[in-house]
Design a protein around this ligand. Sequence first.
Ligand code: DQA
Length: 150
Amino acid sequence: MTETGRLLIVHGPNLNLLGTREPEIYGTATIEDINELCRETGRQLGFEVETAQSNHEGELVDAIQDARSTADGIVINPAAYTHTSVAIADALAAVGLPVVEVHLSNVHAREEFRRHSYVSPLASAVIAGAGITGYRFAVEHLAELLGNGS
Ligand code: DQA
């Protein structure tokens, strides 16, 4: 299929360590495995997929702001910043693109502080606990929302 839309996948802090980071919680797939899954799913649905990861809040804000001119939708796992960052939520609101929030683990089955998300009120969909498959669901959802889905 010809690529007609663009998606940005944003990975928050410590997700660069996936594969070795607490595999009993986050699984053994690496961030590159996730990026490849997103690129492949996007390709099948007509979307070009860009990816970004940072351990720094301001860099994540910059990546989200840049998406204004480079993407049609955002998939974000803000990781720990989910629970703390007004700046990331404000950037997503400012950009105004459709957003899907993804968590590898079921944040609702863990510590109490993981149950609150600054991002969820801005998200078109929130996917938690499906492991890396959650990213495929997220890309499929955005494709359907943006009209490039089958
Ligand atoms: C996470 C859940 C967050 O609470 C945690 O801080 C992470 C990863 C997840 O994907 O399950 O770093 O977003």
